[in-house]
Design a protein around this ligand. Sequence first.
Ligand code: NAD
Ligand code: ZN
Ligand code: ZN
Length: 346
Amino acid sequence: MKAVQYRSAGAAPEVVTVPDPEPGPGQVLLKVAAAGVCHSDIAVMSWPADQIPFPLPLTLGHEGVGTVAALGDGVDGFAVGDSVAVYGPWGCGTCVNCAEGKENYCLRAKELGIMPPGLGAPGAMAEYMIVDDPRHLVPIGDLDPVKTVPLTDAGLTPYHAIVRSLAKLVPGSTAVVIGTGGLGHVAIQLLRAMTAARVIALDVTEDKLALARTVGAHEAVLSDEKAAARVRELTGGLGAHVVLDFVGAPPTVRTAGAVARVDGDVTIVGIGGGALPVGFGTLPYGANVCAPYWGSRKELAEVLDLAHAGAVDVHVETYSLDEAPLAYERLHEGRINGRAVILPNG
Ligand code: NAD
Ligand code: ZN
Ligand code: ZN
């Protein structure tokens, strides 16, 4: 079968032919309908060889939706042909965090060498993929695979970040979303669906800000050195109750800290290498800073429920498997509006 692989440190992803996978006992084989293109892959592909935490070559794609093609021995609860989304942050399934469905915070994954598909295990950018356990599948029913696949990361990750701050997002509150790309444009929709907060979006180009407005941002502000002052002005000088940074670079974490309100939450989701110092006097009194990772199994089911209710509409650009390297190139250049989705089976 054809697959998109990251084959050697620093090289661009390549479309190659690999052996057809077969499900072992307890595993599920999916025929992949759609695979999302995440900016994290670009970060991973920029790491030097000695910092890559998994062996190469690696089949990319940590957002996957497909149909069940075969069940390994002992698997029940799914039938061939079922349409399913893949829960990506695989854990051990038995530690206390996994027992609560928080496999993104598995206590033993590292020790056991368990890695997510597309970030260590073979991923979704291939005609077929292996899912290690049926508990990592959520049925999607009649949802469109293409518009649903980004929800497994670009939806789940912002959802997890928002849930931590829900109690602060009361009527009259303000949420700031920095970076309105794949994750950010879904975050705006989730904030609008789940809270009464006023949403202020920041990005660097007019077309990204236009998308932010289209998906529900009340205000869209150019992310430059004047952005923090502008957000303060829009919040009557008080700042935002919750700031979600989907860039995480040094200038954006600075902005995030500068627009937070007393007792506000700053959540750094982007992995752009920025760090926000926390210490008495560096931030408004009581401010909380957190850098979360992905989301729980329960939260993925909840995000998909929101999709069934029509509360989120992911903006997608589709590409064939052969065009996947081009999609990565465009994402790197900031030329994707919404999420790029690869269609491995056409
Ligand atoms: P994306 O490229 O689709 O979106 C990033 C957006 O940020 C773009 O719209 C870009 O124009 C904008 N941007 C760039 N510089 C900016 C600046 N200075 N100010 C404001 N906006 C700016 O990327 P994505 O796939 O949505 O991923 C976003 C980030 O989240 C990446 O760093 C990715 O690695 C990270 N991520 C983290 C997790 C996690 O679990 N913590 C999960 C998924 C993705
Ligand atoms: Zn991702
Ligand atoms: Zn675990």
